[in-house]
Design a protein around this ligand. Structure first.
Ligand code: AMP
Ligand code: ZN
Length: 460
């Protein structure tokens, strides 16, 4: 039986979908004003693993991930610069082109990481009408009020505001800092609609019953999840930073508007940290992209493998040493399975252990150790092959592409490698280096062995 940790219940619970055999899943997508960093990508890999585990349990998943292509502000307090317009100014493009470019880049990253595509990826700018309709309901129910810069949600009218993060707003009130926006009833009231600044024309703005402007940054998820999945739906995911503000506010506005829970289960992935627990953030500018790892000759799936080694509810400290370890482990798996026979009947005892692990709140580190124990076991390779391919429907390491396909090194690569050996023997370092680069361009690399060298395929 599958059990998952529900942030809202603060415990692990058995998972039963609302409709037998079907799961509705909403995952908050990227704000497309820059490349995704490897921290963001960890969250998407965690959600991909969740989806694959649901499918492993023979559940049919309907997955919606939004694309935020409109004006989030750079601070959580609805103040600061607009992220999309900031990106546009940085690159001398329109906000619309910025959105288009980074949406394509994002989809490319997902593909490189073997992340299964969502069934729907709706854009916020295509759903302005639905967002306005939702704000109108909130207004009718007297949960919205006007200030000089926008329409805000009145959190003070809700008795259970903040239940997701179990925040105590009375304590918070006593310690609250000086308010930025004095017109707000409470510091944590949030914008539903922001007005375009007077006299300034924004690139992205729309007419609304309250004035020209743009939606606040939580309303799109409430509107689009309802449009595509209904309410309530089964599982809502994101990174842990979304618990206290974004998801808290989605819950507040959706539940007030429709008098029913937004989602039944809430799941949150922990962060990737660098060095001394420093948070990686797009806005802080300290981020690493997947492309930066590829440029250092790591394969995207080595990063995926690295992520699989830490449970999604534990922080992951990124280092290049750890990534190199993941690359070596992935290469070793590939080298092994290349020589496997065609799959036949699998190894039931390992398959059982694997399923128990993944069904225990996605214990993928444990599942990986089951996989390694199987590899090291005495089972014939055709049995291992069958179970490994099954495991890989969850792990997503691309094993089907290499399993049973012995490496055939082109004669040209052999010739270049021999020429490099000769150059090295003659201490012609420049020559040997240029041959190494040529070999690399053909997708191979040389590892020096005690006797001569070994040619290896560079995995991508
Ligand atoms: P954003 O594009 O900033 O809205 O973030 C996209 C997703 O990445 C959200 O689900 C965030 O919670 C998540 N996220 C942001 N920073 C990190 C990080 N350092 N590690 C893991 N996930 C993150
Ligand atoms: Zn969201």
């Amino acid at each position: 039986m599958l059990s998952i940790y529900n942030t809202l219940a603060r415990k692990k619970e058995p998972f039963h979908p609302l409709i037998k055999g079907h799961v509705s899943l909403y995952t908050c997508g990227p704000t497309v004003y820059n490349f995704a960093h490897i921290g963001n990508l960890r969250t998407y890999v965690f959600e991909d693993i969740l989806k694959r585990v649901l499918q492993y349990n023979e559940l049919k998943v309907k997955h919606v991930m939004n694309i935020t292509d409109v004006g989030h502000l750079t601070s959580d307090a609805d103040e600061g610069e607009d992220k999309m317009e900031k990106g546009a100014a940085r690159e001398g493009k329109t906000a619309w082109n910025i959105a288009k470019f980074y949406t394509a880049a994002f989809k490319k990253d997902l593909k490189l990481l073997n992340i299964l595509p969502a069934d729907k990826m709706p854009r916020a700018t295509d759903h302005i009408k639905e967002q306005i309709a939702l704000i109108k309901i909130l207004e009718k129910k007297s949960f919205a009020y006007r200030t000089s810069d926008g329409i805000y949600f009145d959190t003070g009218k809700l008795t259970d505001y903040g239940k997701l993060a179990a925040q105590n707003f009375e304590d918070k009130k006593a310690g609250a800092r000086v308010e930025v926006n004095k017109e707000k009833h409470a510091p944590w009231d949030f914008a539903l609609w922001k007005f375009s600044p007077k006299g300034a024309k924004r690139q992205m703005e729309w007419k609304s019953p309250w004035g020209v402007g743009f939606p606040g940054w939580h309303i799109e998820c409430s509107a689009m999840s309802r449009a595509y999945l209904g309410q309530p739906f089964d599982i809502h995911c994101g990174g842990i930073d979304h618990i206290a503000i974004h998801h808290t506010n989605e819950i507040a506005q959706s539940e007030v508007a429709y008098d029913t829970p937004l989602a039944r289960v809430w799941m949150h992935g922990e962060f990737v940290v660098i060095g001394e627990q420093e948070k990686m953030a797009k806005s802080a500018g300290n981020f690493l992209t997947l492309n930066a790892l590829v440029k250092k000759s790591f394969s995207p799936l080595a990063y995926r493998y690295l992520l699989l080694g830490t449970h999604y509810r534990s922080p992951l400290a990124f280092s290049f040493e750890a990534l190199q370890g993941a690359q070596n482990a992935l290469d070793a798996i590939y080298d092994d399975v290349r020589g496997f026979e065609k799959p036949r009947i699998g190894c039931a005892e390992f398959e059982e252990k694997f399923k128990t692990a993944v069904n225990d709140d996605l214990n993928i580190p444990k599942a990986l150790s089951v996989m390694w124990n199987l590899m090291k076991s005495a089972y014939p390779s055709h049995a291992k092959a069958q179970s490994l391919l099954k495991f890989d429907t969850v792990l997503g390491l691309g094993l089907a592409r290499v399993l049973g396909h012995p490496l055939r090194i082109p004669a040209r690569v052999h010739a270049l490698a021999q020429a490099r050996e000769k150059a090295r023997a003659a201490r012609d370092w420049a020559g040997s280096d240029s041959l190494r680069i040529q070999i690399k361009k053909m997708g191979y690399h040389i590892e020096d062995a005690p006797k001569g060298y070994k040619i290896k395929k560079t995995h991508s």
